[in-house]
Design a protein around this ligand. Structure first.
Ligand SMILES: C[S@@+](CC[C@H](N)C(=O)[O-])C[C@H]1O[C@@H](n2cnc3c(N)ncnc32)[C@H](O)[C@@H]1O
Length: 276
């Protein structure tokens, strides 16, 4: 039997990402061992060591066009875009902010540090142990950051965490649904059924799923198929919208990438929800 096909899609992704997040967790440990205790300083230095902190000219993508910027500026712009978009979705009644497929948890830290609601709980739901460990180490640096990392597998989602929170939920993803070739509508139904009111935000390379954009330059069906990436997020959201389970509020194709490939498309949705 071919070993590649003998393991599950989740196990294959875990094999790929465990060592990546282990390295980031070790970078956090190194800073703490050197006496650093400030969450913001640790997150920034680890992020830029990972994504680039030099002034070399690098190509990224903004609104479907190539943009050339110093590499550190592309990395910084990406951080700001993700964090500020999530923060903008928060409201006075936001009680929980969840990232699905949160990897090392840097996005969640950026949301909190960038001005996310101080009284809300934050949660990183992630497949890999090393990713969860990295977020746990980061969250321990700031007593005011109510954040936990939990095991999560898109293929067998456990969303019981949502039952413990009332009010408005912000749930976001950053290139993690991309890892799931066919995402199930059931996942979104579970989220909607468990929460009072929900805002969903996705930065995922799905611009090619918009009718007429299949062969886009910075996200395309061909690239998604070759990488085993998601092929149905927009279709699933559209089906949920047609059944009035949610409203898709915006789709901004190929809004940004720090590389000239696999650009993120921003998709946002909301539910009307139950009365407060
Ligand atoms: C490209 S990384 C993005 C990580 C994080 N969202 C970020 O922006 O830093 C993809 C993430 O999806 C996670 N992932 C892959 N398959 C998954 C699955 N079946 N369930 C949950 N997470 C998964 C990986 O472990 C990895 O952390």
């Amino acid at each position: 039997m071919n070993t590649a096909s003998a393991i599950s899609p989740s196990a294959r992704r875990a094999q790929e990402y465990e060592p990546v997040w282990q390295e980031l967790a070790a970078a956090v440990d190194a800073r703490v061992a050197a006496g650093e205790r400030n969450l913001s300083r640790v997150v920034s230095s680890v992020y830029h060591e990972w994504r680039g902190h030099d002034v070399a000219r690098a190509n990224g993508v903004a609104f479907g066009e190539v943009v050339a910027l110093p590499r550190s500026a592309l990395a910084g712009a990406r951080r700001a875009l993700i964090a500020q978009t999530v923060i903008a979705a928060c409201r006075p009644d936001t009680s929980l902010i969840v990232e699905l497929g949160s990897g090392p948890g840097l996005n969640l830290c950026d949301v909190f540090l960038g001005g996310g609601p101080p009284g809300a709980a934050y949660a990183g739901l992630e497949l890999t142990r090393s990713g969860r460990d990295c977020l746990t180490k980061l969250a321990a640096l700031d007593a005011g950051f109510d954040c936990e990392a939990r095991f999560f597998d898109y293929h067998a989602p456990d969303l019981r965490l949502l039952d413990d929170h009332r009010g408005h939920l912000v749930v976001f993803t950053v290139h993690s649904i991309e890892q799931i070739r066919e995402i199930s509508g059931e996942l979104f139904e579970q989220i909607i059924d468990r929460a009072d009111r929900v805002s969903g935000i996705h930065f995922e390379p799905v611009g090619w799923q918009i009718e007429g954009r299949e062969s886009g330059r910075y996200s395309s069906r061909a690239y998604a198929q070759s990488a085993g990436y998601n092929e149905n997020l927009l279709q699933i959201l559209s089906e949920l919208e047609s059944r009035s389970r949610l409203t898709v509020d915006s789709i901004v194709p190929d809004i940004f990438s720090h590389k000239a490939k696999n650009a993120s498309t921003l998709v946002t949705w909301t539910t009307a929800g139950r009365a407060p």
